[in-house]
Write a protein that binds this ligand. Structure first.
Ligand SMILES: [Fe+2]
Length: 400
C-alpha cells in the first residue's frame, strides 16, 4: 500500500513538473549547424551524461550502400567536450566536432558517441559550389513545442526534402534557460536536426537579465549549437554571416540591437562592412524583430531606424523575421528599386492579431501555423509559404 501511495505521488508530481529530458548514456540532441565553408566543413554537436564524457568521437565516411561501416575510408574526429549545468541543476556533457576536408556536393554518413554507446548513422550532404541553393525558413516555434510545433516542422521537411538547410528566425523556446523546453525543441527535430544543417538567431525569449541586470543569452545556446563566430565581438554564434552558393546569409541579433545601444552601433558598422564587400548575387537577412510590425505598439524603431537604410542602400533581397506571431509580406520591389521583401512568419502555436491600421502588407494571415521554402537558381529566387496542412498560401518570384 505504501509503495502504491509513493508511486501515485511520484506520478502526479511528474505530471505537475512536466516532462524533463535528462541526458542519457547514448548521444542525444545531435545537431548539424551550417558553417562558413559548407562545401568542406560540417559542424556537429551532441550531448551525453557526464559519466560518458570521456572519449567521445565522430566517425565519418562517404556514403555507400554497404551496411559494413568499418571500411578503410572511415575517418575519426575527436570531440571537444565541455560540461554544462542546466536550470534543473543537472550536469551533462556537450560534445562538438568540426568535420573538415570534406568533398563538395557529396553525401556523407556519420555517427557520434563511443564504443558501446553510439548514435545511429546519419546522412548529410555538403554544398556543391553551384549557383543553386534551397532552404526552409521557420518563424517562432516558441510554445508547446512537442505537442503543437512538431507537425509543422515535420510537414516542412515532407514538403521540401531537398532543402540544403533550415533557418529559424528566433524564439525557438519560450522561457530562456529552460532545459525541458530545449528538450521539446530537439524532440520535434528528431532525425531532422542531425541530417539538415541548422541556422538560427536568438529572439527576446532566449535572453534574460542576470543578477547585475546584464542582458544574457541563454547558456544553452553556445553549448548546444556550433554557429559561426565572425560577427561583433561578444555576440559569437548569435551575429554572424555565411555564404552558400550564390547566397549570403546575415544573422543579426536584434534583441541586443533593441536593448543595448553599444551592440546596436557595433552591429550596424559590422553590417555595413559585410554588405559593402558583398560579391554574392543574393543577400538575405535573418533576424527576430521585424522592421515593419504587424501589431499595435510593437514597432521596433531602435532596429529599423539605423538598419533599414543599410538594407535598402546595399540591395538586400529578403528579410526573414519573426516575433509578431502572424504572417505578413510586403509588396515586391518595383523594377530598379533596391527594397528588400520583408517577411514575418510564425511556425508555433502562439498567435497575435494583425492591426488593421498597418497598411504595409500585401499578404497576411492570423491564427495560422506556417512554414516557408526558398529556392535560388542563379538569377531567380522562388519563395513559397505553406500552411501547416501543406497547402501553398503565398508565393512570389524575384529575378535579377
Ligand atoms: Fe519574440
Amino acid at each position: 500500500m505504501k509503495y502504491i501511495a509513493i508511486f501515485i505521488f511520484l506520478f502526479a508530481y511528474g505530471i505537475a513538473q512536466g516532462q524533463t529530458y535528462p541526458a542519457g548514456q547514448e548521444p542525444d540532441r545531435v545537431i548539424l549547424n551550417l558553417t562558413t565553408d559548407a562545401q568542406h566543413t560540417q559542424a556537429v554537436n551532441w550531448r551525453t551524461t557526464v559519466a560518458q564524457a570521456e572519449g567521445q568521437i565522430a566517425q565519418l565516411r562517404i556514403e555507400n550502400n554497404s551496411p559494413d561501416f568499418q571500411d578503410s575510408s572511415l575517418r575519426v574526429f575527436k570531440a571537444k567536450t565541455t560540461f554544462f549545468t542546466d536550470n534543473e541543476k543537472r550536469q551533462s556533457a556537450y560534445h562538438a566536432v568540426e568535420l573538415t576536408e570534406l568533398e563538395s556536393g557529396t553525401v556523407y554518413n556519420y555517427r557520434v558517441g563511443k564504443e558501446g554507446a553510439w548514435s545511429e548513422w546519419f546522412q548529410f550532404k555538403t554544398a556543391d559550389g553551384t549557383d543553386q541553393v534551397s532552404f526552409i525558413y521557420l518563424g517562432d516555434a516558441q510554445n508547446d513545442l512537442r505537442s503543437r510545433w512538431t507537425r509543422v516542422y515535420r510537414k516542412a521537411l515532407q514538403t521540401f526534402p531537398e532543402a540544403d538547410f533550415v533557418i529559424h528566425a528566433g524564439d525557438l523556446i519560450n522561457r530562456n534557460n529552460t532545459d525541458a523546453e530545449w528538450g521539446e525543441w530537439f524532440y520535434a527535430g528528431t532525425g531532422i536536426n542531425s541530417s539538415y544543417p541548422q541556422v538560427m538567431v536568438p529572439g527576446n525569449h532566449e535572453y534574460f537579465r542576470d543578477e547585475e541586470k546584464k542582458l544574457t543569452l541563454d547558456p544553452h545556446w553556445q553549448q548546444q549549437f556550433n554557429l559561426p563566430t565572425n560577427g561583433v565581438a561578444g555576440l559569437e554564434e548569435s551575429n554572424y554571416y555565411m555564404d552558400y552558393g550564390p547566397l549570403r546569409i546575415i544573422a543579426l541579433n536584434t534583441q541586443v540591437i533593441m536593448l543595448d545601444s553599444a551592440y546596436r552601433k557595433a552591429q550596424a558598422i559590422w553590417l555595413e562592412n559585410i554588405l559593402k564587400d558583398n560579391k554574392q548575387k543574393w543577400t538575405i537577412i535573418v533576424c527576430h524583430h521585424p522592421v515593419y510590425s504587424t501589431s499595435k505598439s510593437r514597432d521596433n524603431f531602435q532596429f529599423s531606424g539605423l538598419f533599414q537604410p543599410l538594407f535598402e542602400k546595399y540591395g538586400v533581397d529578403l528579410l526573414l523575421q519573426g516575433h509578431d506571431h502572424t504572417y505578413a509580406r510586403s509588396p515586391l520591389p518595383q523594377k530598379n528599386e533596391k527594397k528588400p521583401v520583408y517577411l514575418v512568419s510564425v511556425s508555433g502555436p502562439k498567435m497575435y492579431e494583425i492591426d488593421p491600421q498597418k497598411d504595409w502588407m500585401e499578404k497576411s494571415a492570423e491564427n495560422t501555423q506556417l512554414y516557408q521554402t526558398i529556392t535560388i537558381d542563379n538569377n531567380q529566387l522562388q519563395f513559397k509559404t505553406y500552411t501547416a496542412d501543406g497547402k501553398c498560401y503565398d508565393q512570389f518570384e524575384l529575378n535579377k
